[in-house]
Design a binder for this molecule. Sequence first.
Ligand SMILES: Cc1ncc(COP(=O)(O)O)c(C=O)c1O
Length: 397
Amino acid sequence: MKLATRTTRITPSPTLQLSATVKALIAQGHQISDFTAGEPSFDSPDAAKSAGIKAIQEGFTKYTAVTGIDDLKQAIIDKFTAEQGLSYTRSQILVSCGAKHTLFNLAMALFESGDEVIIPAPYWVSYPEQVLVADAKPIFLPSEERSGYAIDLDKLKAAITSRTKALILNSPCNPTGGIYHRETLEGVAQLALEHNFMVVSDEIYEKMIYDQQTHVSIATVSPEMAKHTIVVNGVSKTYSMTGWRIGYAAGPEALIKAMGDIQSQSTSNPTSIAQKAAIGALREGQDFIQMMVQELDKRRTTIVDGLNRIEGIQCPMPAGAFYAFPNIQGLLGRRFQGTPLTTPFAVADFLLKQAKVACVPGEPFGAPTHLRFSYTPTIEVIQQGLKSLAEAIHSLE
Ligand SMILES: Cc1ncc(COP(=O)(O)O)c(C=O)c1O
């Protein structure tokens, strides 16, 4: 059997794989401080759960409209209007089975052979892979830790060619926690309009933002830019609803229709009861967000302060999302029982085996000197993990 060539271009999600390995170790009885998960540890909000239960009890368990039910689209439209002053019609909204699925539909509908897609690095692991599945070419745009991983407009200008089809923005960013400010986004918008490429704005972490900073969507820079932007979002992170699988996109009607057509020939509609639960979350989940973000903020400062106390690790305070992204250059080359740890992969493997601390190495994010720690576990787990981490690292030669 000869598999399709595209399967040789991609690698399975390393973060999901690692999370599965760690979960299996925990199930076998190993005590592990797990910082790999890309999901909040909180239960989904009551408003979402009761809407889902009600949907089951009322028999709302059949196929729905492929692109999502009208009530959910309306809740999404109302959210955009109230929070960002953006106005969309129902034909500009597509509901899919999680934001990853939204982005996959988008890659299939927008990218093809010969296209270039600019991706700021470090990046979420799935962006380059989805671009590759769509036969297009990812072009990486490096960003600097010292600028908070801001986009360098000169570098962006230099990366643009006649083949540039889109730029993928993720603010707040997984894995860096960096956020883009309005001034930078205005500069990006100017380039997008001048060179006529689309901006994909993945705003899945929009609510996880700290220190009184605010989330800015590039779609709000100007009405013209809104027409060049496809906003991607979902309920997974904001409402701790990763398992329900509801993501959505808002953007130009023609693109949304093409994405919906692809969805109609792959998954059909997102799960009916999950759509109802998402309405519950969007309409009544605001207190939940406040509670969760306050708690995440405490965990953020606990882990960052703790990591910075460990020799060889430097960790900037992330502005958003729920990841600490320490630079571990100071550890690379140090030895464990005579063997040098030369890569984040090697360091992460050492930490899992010796400290029973699980984190994600930076390589799959395009960051060969970093580790990613999700700070969604409780403060107690974070403190225990930091203690074990410090002891293991202290033992390195
Ligand atoms: C940046 C980013 N975008 C999209 C997603 C996908 O979210 P969902 O669970 O809704 O598919 C994730 C999940 O980790 C993410 O980190």
